[in-house]
Write a protein that binds this ligand. Structure first.
Ligand code: THU
Length: 138
């Protein structure tokens, strides 16, 4: 099942995160409408602000390959070396990137604690009163 695969991929991607400053490892797995998975991890920087979250890494990889339609994203994050994870919820900037490319009412955001423990929200639930491309239409 795709949701389980997404969860596993998000957990697996934590190992590629580049986190010399926060030591907080995040992995993400983004599912396109036609069933392809794009993965991402967080990538930090000595100058701090150029840091890219795992979610945006996955989105930017996918969008730069021509993808525009997405169904779900799984996110797994927590301190390096933690015995178990807490639920890691996406930051505001990443929610806004989701708003740009995803359906407000149906896009699923899966926050992952383990392979078998995860919670599913819609974009609308985690970003109420969102501002997106439709807001600019006349
Ligand atoms: N981070 C993510 O990659 N995704 C989230 O959902 C929350 C935060 C990253 C940014 C930074 O590298 C580290 O986690 C600590 O904030």
């Amino acid at each position: 099942m795709k949701m389980e695969e997404l969860v596993k991929e998000a957990l697996r991607m934590r190992k590629y995160s580049y986190v010399p400053y926060s030591h907080f490892r995040v992995g993400a797995a983004l599912l396109t409408e036609d069933g392809k998975i794009y993965t991402g991890c967080n990538i930090e920087n000595a100058s701090y602000t150029p840091t890219n979250c795992a979610e945006r890494t996955a989105f930017f990889k996918a969008v730069s390959e021509g993808e525009r339609k997405f169904k779900a994203i799984a996110i797994a994050g927590g301190p390096e070396g933690a015995k178990e994870l807490d639920y890691c919820s996406p930051c505001g900037v990443c929610r806004q990137v989701m708003m740009e490319f995803c359906d407000y009412e149906t896009f699923q955001v899966i926050i992952v604690k383990s392979e078998t423990e995860y919670k599913v929200f819609t974009l609308q639930e985690i970003l109420p009163l969102g501002f997106g491309p439709k807001s600019l239409e006349e």
